[in-house]
Design a protein around this ligand. Structure first.
Ligand code: HAM
Length: 426
């Protein structure tokens, strides 16, 4: 029979990889808890309209990259989530988490997202994000809290060579003004733009700045930056963000070209890039979205957050040769000599597991030598050995696989004796 391969752009996390995923996920959860963000889990698919309105009709994500389908001819169109923010906003509104005046909500999520992109290193069709969303505060402290949380996440993971880039698109009026500035600037250059960007220009000229096409980049090189169109209020907000970052000793650069591919952003935008990643070097990015809750039917509530790709983070750590702390609980291996001892080991296995001791054994009648080999391959730290002599005397042999030291212990002392801290050898 022919084999079936995984779909293009997806990745298995194999048993050998999962400790690194756990390490990163544990750090994400710890940092989120320290910053007082609670976990939220939303469905991996939503009604397609949510992303049309949430992410934006004119974005590449919605126009080209969604997995959208009707499960049955009569069903409503659904879309696998391409990102986390829209679903979180939908859930917050639907569950009345933002219904009270002055409501405050700080949530984080970890999970898969789906974008039909051309797969390459660091770009997948299913990728995973750690993200946070903070609702209720229009103040620059909320933006900076998210940025600091994100940087702390990377710091604890051990990523080096990070660059935090920030920019501001301003509030609704600033964005509208900038849109006109861009139209005036790019209009006369329309013919030199890529076909995609000629279309984008009419729909949303901001998207042209985001284009990777060299023709568009050249045309945009001298475009006026968004910062010049900021309203006084937005300018003040952005300055305060920079001050707060400076007092928190967070290094950053203002990148006036930073736009990011979502329609929902207002005011602050940021992206963190890391060395060693090549073309797909954005580890994560975020921004403020003060109109999104209202646009999705909630009461007007400011919001800000970020998303950070887990696969890219792991790639960066690998490229930078950083090893994550993946200390798993030590494994105890049970080795038997003969069928009666095998049954005794099986019984003991249950007792040890009930006492929270990670342990395993062979069931298939391997030789003692092969059982030791297996214990070695599975990276066990200790073995319990039971043979005829141990059966007769009601003991077990406990062997430390690193030092080779072994001792005989009465069976009735188990599991208690294994839970006591080891006494250092005199
Ligand atoms: P984003 O910049 O599209 O933002 O994605 C966040 C991060 O997810 C990226 O920086 C990257 O690390 C990772 N990522 C995105 N697409 C892929 C892909 N195809 N393959 C691998 N990794 C990928 C958002 O998704 C926003 N929702 C962030 C946000 C939250 N803004 C406000 N709140």
């Amino acid at each position: 029979m022919s084999r079936i391969a995984a779909p293009r752009g997806t990745q298995d996390v194999l048993p050998a990889d999962s400790p690194r995923w756990h390490a990163v996920e544990n750090i994400a959860r710890q940092v989120a808890a320290i910053y007082h963000f609670a976990e939220i889990r939303t469905p991996i698919y939503e009604l397609s309209d949510l992303f049309h309105r949430g992410v934006g009709q004119s974005t590449d994500i919605v126009q080209k990259e969604t997995f959208t389908f009707r499960p049955r001819p009569e069903s409503e169109s659904i879309t696998l989530r391409p990102e986390g923010t829209a679903g979180v906003v939908r859930a917050a509104i639907e569950n009345n988490l933002l219904a009270q005046e002055g409501a405050r909500l700080k949530v984080y999520y970890l999970g898969p997202n789906f974008r039909y992109e051309r797969p390459q290193k660091g770009r997948l069709r299913q990728h995973h994000q750690f993200g946070v969303e903070s609702f209720g505060s229009p103040l620059p402290q909320a933006d900076v809290e998210c940025i600091l949380l994100q940087m702390e996440f990377y710091r604890r993971c051990g990523v080096k060579d990070l660059s935090l880039q920030i920019n501001s698109l301003g509030d609704t009026q600033s964005k509208a003004r900038y849109r006109q500035v861009l139209l005036d600037f790019l209009g006369p250059r329309k013919a030199s733009l890529s076909e995609d960007s000629q279309r984008r220009l009419d729909e949303n000229p901001l998207r042209v700045l985001d284009s990777k096409d060299p023709r568009d980049q050249e045309a945009c090189a001298a475009a006026p930056p968004a910062l010049e169109s900021l309203s006084p209020k937005s300018r003040e907000h952005f300055e305060r963000v920079q001050e707060l970052l400076t007092t928190s000793a967070a290094n950053f650069v203002v990148n006036p070209r930073l736009v990011r591919g979502f329609d929902y952003y207002t005011d602050t935008l940021w992206e963190v890039v890391a060395g060693g990643l090549g073309a797909q070097n954005a580890l994560g990015g975020g921004g403020r979205y003060d109109n999104l809750v209202e646009e999705l039917g909630g009461r007007p509530t400011p919001g800000v957050g970020f998303g950070s790709g887990i696969e890219r983070l792991l790639l960066a750590l690998e490229a930078q040769q950083v090893t994550l702390n993946t200390a798993a609980s030590p494994l105890l291996w049970l080795v038997y000599h003969g069928p009666v001892a095998q049954a005794a080991c099986w019984e003991l296995l249950g007792q040890l597991r009930a006492a929270n001791i990670a342990c395993d054994m062979d069931y298939s009648g391997r030789s003692v030598k092969a059982q030791f080999k297996l214990a070695d391959r599975e990276k066990a730290s200790r073995c319990i050995i039971i043979g005829d002599a141990e059966l007769a005397s009601g003991t077990i042999l406990l062997k430390d696989l690193a030092t080779g030291q072994q001792q005989s212990l009465p069976r009735r002392q188990l599991p208690g004796v294994l839970l006591e801290p080891a006494v250092p050898a005199q």
